[in-house]
Design a binder for this molecule. Structure first.
Ligand code: SF4
Ligand code: F3S
Ligand code: FES
Length: 249
């Protein structure tokens, strides 16, 4: 089949440095080809200057989030048959464009770093030398949010984030959730304080763009709601109902 790509281009080194649309037509495309593969074909066969990020090509590294036909997605996970013969590709919104489909991720990672996205427990390990163990039920509290690959598809689909880039954003809240509800961690109160600030969770207006944008199927809005409840409660204890934990079956 023939497929036409309409790609948003931007070259900071050009004399007028304005973004513009450019079309590329590819022949002999299979419906089961992935959008990322076809972007490679555009680059290798037609225009070597086309710039985009990618690494694993397997939905693992999170580096190729783009806006494809108006929705955020990982180019390496989307099949041509699911997006059609005319495909519009542009950079994710809300972050500065560096070149073509490549955005500056630093503002996104600044928010990520602000929520202490690491395990905190300064107590010595158990005397028997074993690791800090959890029950399956305790692990289930964070299984969903540990799936995050920091692709930014959620944060850059959020109108609250577009309106105010100081909003910490859903991805950072998902990462905070993963540690706030980890029963072995001891810094939940500090993270909840950070997220109770004006640019924390309360900037979320439950618009729900973030959840369908997540390529990992994480219940993003739900995780944000659980963090909001933990702030109101003053603690993460008892917030998550084990009967309602999302599964990925
Ligand atoms: Fe990407 Fe989903 Fe993580 Fe958001 S929650 S950064 S969409 S993997
Ligand atoms: Fe934005 Fe998702 Fe909340 S789209 S407003 S973070 S529910
Ligand atoms: Fe790694 Fe798509 S290239 S997630």
């Amino acid at each position: 089949m023939e497929v036409t790509f309409k790609i948003r281009r931007y070259n900071p080194e050009s004399s007028d440095a304005k973004s513009y649309w450019q079309e590329f037509t590819l022949q002999d495309v299979e419906p089961t080809n992935r959008v990322l593969e076809m972007l490679h074909r555009v680059k290798w066969e037609q225009d070597g200057t086309l710039a985009f990020r990618r690494s694993c090509s397997s939905g693992i590294c999170g580096s190729d989030a783009m806006r494809i036909n108006g929705r955020n997605a990982l180019a390496c996970k989307l099949l041509i048959r699911d997006v059609g013969e005319k495909i519009q590709v542009e950079p994710i919104l809300g972050l500065p464009v560096i070149k073509d489909l490549i955005v500056d991720m630093e503002p996104f990672f600044d928010h990520y770093r602000s929520v202490m996205p690491y395990f905190v427990n300064n107590n010595p390990l158990p005397a028997d030398g074993r690791e800090r163990l959890q029950s399956q039920e305790e692990k289930d509290l964070i299984t969903d949010t540990t799936n995050c690959i920091l692709c930014a598809a959620c944060t850059t689909s959020c109108p609250s984030y577009w309106a105010n880039g100081k909003y910490v954003g859903p991805a950072a809240i998902v990462q905070a959730h993963r540690f706030i509800f980890d029963t072995r961690d001891e810094a939940a109160a500090e993270r909840l304080d950070v997220l109770a600030e004006p640019n924390g969770v309360w900037r979320c207006r439950t618009i729900y763009n973030c959840t369908p944008a997540c390529p990992r199927g994480i219940s993003v809005t739900r995780a944000i709601g659980e963090v909001k409840l933990a702030i109101r409660n003053g603690s993460p204890e008892g917030i998550i109902d084990p009967a309602n934990i999302p599964t990925h079956e």
